[in-house]
Design a protein around this ligand. Structure first.
Ligand code: F6R
Length: 366
């Protein structure tokens, strides 16, 4: 059932080109530059007129929600707040009928996410969901939603669920941007074409998994890791750190790169691998200074960056070059080497990758 792979996690990492293609199929029309999300048709008017989008989720799904915040602000000019479902439900959130609540959950059964959804609905918000498991409790409890169609995710560490959630958020943000007239039509056409080609680019990254495996050998016994990213790749830094923590039990932290100066820089020495996620965008110069600051303190740089970003590639000690893409689509690619890195490190450490200690696939109790 693992299709020849030693673990479900590795199978699911390698399934991503197919999972993404299934997620995008029938929804993207490259010829006429349009996005169709059948599940949202009935509520589109209300979504279009929303004053604010609140995204609530837990764990990896919360990270995809953070990517969603950048996407909706950029493409649909819609104010967004991203909430930990567990915090949101116990606050006194100010919600009105002009708000839209979007919950994100692979399993569709996470107790806190379900409670956040119900809190928002009780206060009159439109409730939308992005789920993987068809017919799950959250999917049934929302007014409308979009399935990720990633196929069953068995490994406890979420991989293809994350990338397909980000793909759905991207399609939603483009569609909403087109409806709200906040996205330039040539740019929308370019994004749709590029998104359609993402499964192939993921395939290319996976073709180089051996080099990530070799790199993992060198860092198997590192006691700590730091992950740094900016803009769309700040949430990817958080996600990379979470993946490493949960399956290899190595302490790891993800930060927005500029926050490094406000504390974590004190940790950096030659024992400290620093994973820099530097997709080539308008923050590239800033990332380069961050890399120099780490190097000046003896830190070891592993860079996940666009293959044409020679400045970063030359500065880094280790590199995972990825195909170039539009800035806002880069998390779909940068997440992949980070999944592989944590997988290979965990295997080297003899950890039970598919069933990490203390973790359950879906958290149906608080
Ligand atoms: C991380 C992981 C968890 C889940 C979280 C939410 O790899 O698996 O952090 O992402 O428990 O689960 P869902 O998406 O099912 O609501």
């Amino acid at each position: 059932e693992k299709g020849g792979y030693p673990h479900f996690m590795l199978k699911e990492i390698f399934e991503q080109p197919r999972a993404l293609a299934d997620c995008l199929r029938g929804r993207l029309n490259v010829e006429n530059s349009s996005v169709q999300l059948g599940g949202l048709t009935d509520i589109m008017d209300r979504l279009e007129g929303a004053e604010r989008l609140i995204i609530a989720a837990c764990g990896t799904s919360w990270h995809s929600g953070l990517v969603g915040e950048y996407l909706f602000e950029h493409l649909a000019k819609l104010p967004v707040e991203v909430e930990y479902a567990s915090e949101f439900r116990y606050r006194e959130p100010l919600i009105s009928e002009d708000d839209v609540m979007l919950v994100i959950s692979q399993s569709g059964e996470t107790a806190d996410t379900l409670a956040a959804l119900r809190t928002a609905r009780e206060r009159g918000a439109l409730a939308l969901g992005i789920c993987n498991v068809v017919g799950s409790t959250i999917a049934r409890d929302t007014d409308a939603g979009v399935y990720t169609h990633a196929g069953p995710e068995i490994g406890v560490a979420s991989t293809k669920a994350f990338t397909t959630q980000v793909a759905v958020l991207t399609m939603m943000a483009i569609l909403l941007g087109q409806k709200r007239n906040t996205i330039d039509s040539a740019y929308a056409a370019r994004l749709i074409r590029e998104l359609n080609g993402i499964p192939e680019k993921i395939e290319k990254i996976l073709d180089h998994s051996e080099s990530v495996k070799n790199m993992a050998e060198l860092f198997t016994y590192a006691p700590n890791f730091l992950y740094l990213g900016r803009t769309y790749n700040f949430p990817v830094a958080l996600e990379g750190a979470l993946k490493l923590k949960e399956i290899s039990y190595i302490h790891a932290e993800g930060y927005p790169a500029a926050e490094m100066k406000h504390g974590p820089i004190a940790l950096i020495d030659k024992m400290m691998p620093v994973v820099v996620i530097a997709a080539t965008d308008h923050t590239n110069d800033k990332m380069i200074s961050n890399i120099e600051e780490v190097k000046a303190r003896g830190g070891r740089i592993i860079a996940i960056t666009g293959e044409e970003n020679s400045e970063v590639i030359d500065l880094a000690e280790f590199n995972c070059p990825i195909p170039e893409t539009e800035d806002c689509l880069s998390p779909l690619l940068t997440a992949i080497p980070l999944q592989l890195l944590s997988y290979y490190i965990a295997v080297n450490r003899g950890c039970d990758v598919d069933q990490p200690r203390n973790l359950a696939k879906s958290v149906t109790v608080e």
